[in-house]
Design a protein around this ligand. Structure first.
Ligand code: NAD
Length: 305
């Protein structure tokens, strides 16, 4: 028998109230879902509950999971997701009821996701990997692109939950397919951003105005997500406040590289991107926004040949 779709006021446990988790959970609260929230940062929890008094603050992943119909993780990476769900102290599986469904919306490593799906299934819990694209702005608007890995039946069960956070919901394939597509998407996104930044560095040195360059790219064949939503907004004014860190982008590229390695494929441009972003992460320092890759491109350009 197919379980009926989870509609408001079903209860959702939400783990991870960071740059993305906060606005995504806010969309669920706004749609009428009951929330049980947890983050290792107590401030993140109290800020969220302060802004959404209907949400319940909890003190562990297990406590958040108790009585919930479904659970969402929006955590930095798959290792942390596994800790929160299974391996850590007061892990969510200890609180989840049989038949509950977990959605890992973090950008996790798909090879780990496949194992996680098997381990959760052995405890009667289904997993969908459902990473997102669109950044903080589209999380606030509820217009994220959601890439789903898992079964069609499980997706139909939580479609109303995803519908509160995203505009495009795509079933990409079985467990791990969503996380694979997300990592590959971010490879394209990162490559486009570096290309724009290097073009700006060269153009500026020649005497071109960076704003004019971005405007011309946007009406020409060089147009990309980077030129359209990052150039004029974050790079040209040098405010670097896109809300996604260099560390997380470097992690996503390593994930894409790991998938290629796992499949024994040689992809030299991707390998270069992994090395470039990992080095940039080391150089730019903790918490640097991914648009600060422009500063890294400037540093490299000024190195002695
Ligand atoms: P973030 O670092 O801002 O937020 C992560 C949150 O998880 C933090 O509040 C942290 O305290 C919390 N946390 C860490 N370990 C925890 C644990 N064990 N239990 C509970 N909470 C814990 O990161 P973010 O930018 O919100 O990104 C989250 C995920 O979404 C990442 O996988 C990232 O790659 C992905 N993503 C981010 C963006 C973006 O624009 N920021 C866009 C798409 C996807």
């Amino acid at each position: 028998m197919t379980a009926s779709p989870l509609v408001p006021p079903a209860t959702i446990a939400f783990l991870g109230l960071g740059m993305m988790g906060r606005p995504m959970a806010a969309r669920l609260a706004g749609a009428g879902f009951k929330l049980r929230v947890f983050d290792v940062s107590q401030k993140a929890v109290s800020d969220f509950v302060g802004a959404h008094p209907g949400a319940l603050a909890t003190a562990s992943a297990k406590a958040a999971a108790e009585g919930a119909d479904a659970l969402i993780t929006m955590l930095p990476d798959g290792k942390i997701v596994r800790q929160a769900l299974i391996e850590g102290r007061d892990a969510a599986v200890e609180g989840l009821q049989a038949g509950a469904l977990v959605m890992d919306m973090s950008s996790s490593n798909p090879v780990d996701t496949q194992k996680l799906a098997r381990d959760l299934a052995s405890r009667g819990v289904a997993l969908l990997d459902a990473p997102v694209s669109g950044g903080v702005k589209r999380a606030l608007d509820g217009t994220l692109s959601i890439m789903v890995g898992g079964t069609a039946a499980d997706l139909e069960r939580v479609r109303p939950v995803f519908g509160a956070m995203g505009k495009t919901i795509t079933l990409c394939g079985p467990a791990g397919a969503g996380h694979t597509l997300k990592a590959l998407n971010n490879y394209l996104s990162a490559a486009g951003l570096v290309a724009m930044c290097e073009a700006l560095v060269v153009g500026e040195a020649f005497g071109l105005d960076p704003g004019t360059m971005v405007d011309v790219f946007n009406t020409s064949t060089g147009k990309s997500n980077a030129t359209e939503v990052k150039g004029r907004q974050f790079v040209v004014p040098r405010n670097f406040v896109a809300g996604f860190t260099t560390a997380l982008m470097a992690k996503d590229l390593r994930t894409a590289g790991d998938v290629a390695t796992h499949l024994k494929l040689k992809v030299p441009n991707l390998e270069q991107a992994v090395a470039y972003w990992t080095a940039a992460d080391g150089k730019l320092g903790k918490g640097a926004d991914h648009t600060e890759i422009f500063r890294y491109a400037e540093m490299l350009a000024e190195e002695e040949p």
